[in-house]
Design a protein around this ligand. Sequence first.
Ligand SMILES: Cc1ncc(COP(=O)(O)O)c(C=O)c1O
Length: 383
Amino acid sequence: MLKRYLLAPGPTPVPSEVLLAMAAPIIHHRSPDFLPVIDSAKKGLQWLYQTKNDVLILSSTGTGGMVGTVNNFFTRGDKVLVINGGKFGERWTKICQAYELDVEEIVVEWGYAVKPEVVEEKLKKDKNVKGVFVQATETSTGVAHDIRALGSVVGKYEGTLFIVDAISSLVAHDLRTDEWGIDVMIGGSQKGVMLPPGIAFVSVSDKAWTRAETAKLPKFYFNFRKERENLAKNQTNFTSPVTLIIGLNESLKMLKAEGLEAVFKRHAVLANATRKAVQAIGLDVFPKESPSNSVTAIVAPQGIDGQAIYKNLREKYGITAAGGQDKAKGKIFRIAHLGYADRFDTIIAIAGIEMVLKGMGYPVKFGTGVAVAEELLMAEEGK
Ligand SMILES: Cc1ncc(COP(=O)(O)O)c(C=O)c1O
């Protein structure tokens, strides 16, 4: 038997409580039964997003939320700035280009976070920038961009929307939508909120709603103004992902019971223990600065293929982590600590890495990383 452990940065494990809630019979999305379900989900999402804004619920993966954002707030030819520090920054560029926006990229070396001054410089020079697009966590490199600092820069420009892909950050990072001036923030179900794939969430500020009135890109499936009207009536525009929304209420209940601060702290503690443990084994973490609390990208030791580490973790020990993408393929592997993740997931990950590396001829003294993780995790007990 090979027991499976899901330690990838999405999809992430779904707690039994949530799975059981989703086993309930389907209710009709236009029936009165559904109204309190979506009402509770929309209020719960506002709590999680730390916002008074509407948080739309879309039947799509996270990328659908990204596409809908471009569709609803922009017009062909609009000048936009995209922060591209990895595969998902690149995705913003590709989506914006697909809809013929005028994209200027701020290219950030993989493993680094964008410098807010660079964004400020660009915005000062060009008063015509209609939006700044960024990831809260660039999942491909494991770097967290400084959303608070970026929010205070972009917020000075009346005509510029600040758009954050928080798909892999939501729940793992404190992201204060209203306080930090985030106009649009996108989340996805299969990450921090501990659900199967299939829904995206999008918060929209008043400034962004005003923009939506004049934005001219064609839209049909992702029509945010229609979604907003429906949400006010506890509905969605098309058939609601009923089962996932029922599951969402259960996962929000679990997160509320833990408390937002404790949730963020748990992710920070697991991420720190993961980094220190792999460093104790002699490995480097890939981010040179600002590592994310959702996922740790680890550099494969000299002469060892990162993809082979990822493959061996899965095939020999049942641990599904993630490999590197694009130019980081073979050079790194990634371990998530996102959503339904606790101390023993970290211990499993570190023990698995030690065993795989040993099997691949890397000199590792068993227990070195595990001991460091145990020390750090126990030090947090009772705090
Ligand atoms: C930061 C980020 N953005 C976007 C996506 C794409 O999400 P989806 O696969 O749900 O469309 C992901 C998924 O890994 C992600 O981590």
